[in-house]
Design a protein around this ligand. Structure first.
Ligand SMILES: Nc1ncnc2c1ncn2[C@@H]1O[C@H](COP(=O)(O)OP(=O)(O)OP(=O)(O)O)[C@@H](O)[C@H]1O
Ligand SMILES: O=C(O)C1=C[C@@H](O)[C@@H](O)[C@H](O)C1
Ligand SMILES: [Mg+2]
Length: 171
């Protein structure tokens, strides 16, 4: 069994995939993303899983995917934005190096826009994002080793801030 060097959490569109890949390159390790794992394993998009089977089934698939990735991957791991809703998943994250990437609502709307690939933001992105964050902010903060604000920062600046916050050295 192994464990990731860094786990990235945060809401949809905050830059987990973008920053995760930059961080992995800087650390000289691999990058993995549980949303990508789910799409590969299921052979369909996340939006399709939500439409075909509903959110509870997606969450069960996600929980298994996160558990697997946390024990298999030793690089940078980005989790789906809602994965921290699960209590068992939060327990697995205790003791790991977890970075919460944060942003405010205006930045969120700019980054996610009206992107139909994000089923939870499909109707009224600004209102839905605010509601999601009211329910989740304390969960992200509760499991984070470090909180890195991404507003007004380039992906490279966010990556540097994460390395600094974790006091990690580059490869
Ligand atoms: N620091 C940043 N500044 C500006 N734009 C950014 C930044 N980081 C990411 N982006 C842009 O925001 C969008 C979402 O980024 P990304 O896909 O990395 O987020 P994510 O957290 O992985 O989202 P998802 O929840 O869909 O997995 C992309 O278009 C990306 O280019
Ligand atoms: O925040 C969420 O609940 C989600 C985030 C994405 O990463 C995907 O896992 C999916 O769109 C759900
Ligand atoms: Mg992503």
């Amino acid at each position: 069994m192994t464990r990731p060097q860094v786990v990235l959490v945060g809401p949809m569109g905050v830059g987990k995939s973008t920053v995760g890949q930059l961080l992995a390159a800087r650390l000289g390790v691999g990058y993995r993303d549980t949303d990508d794992d789910i799409v590969a394993e299921q052979g369909r998009t996340i939006a399709e899983i939500f439409v075909d089977e509903g959110e509870p089934v997606f969450r069960a698939i996600e929980k298994a995917a996160v558990r697997r990735a946390l024990t298999e991957h030793d690089g940078v791991l980005a989790l789906g934005g809602g994965s921290i809703l699960d209590e068992d998943t939060r327990a697995l994250l205790a003791g790991q190096r977890v970075v919460y990437l944060s942003m405010d609502v205006e930045e969120a709307v700019q980054r996610t826009g009206l992107n139909a690939a994000r089923p939870l933001l499909a109707v009224n992105p600004r209102k839905q994002w605010r509601e999601l964050m009211e329910a989740r902010r304390h969960l992200y903060e509760g499991i984070a080793t470090a909180v890195v604000a991404t507003d007004g920062r380039t992906p490279e600046e966010v990556t540097q801030a994460a390395l600094d916050a974790l006091e990690l050295k580059e490869a």
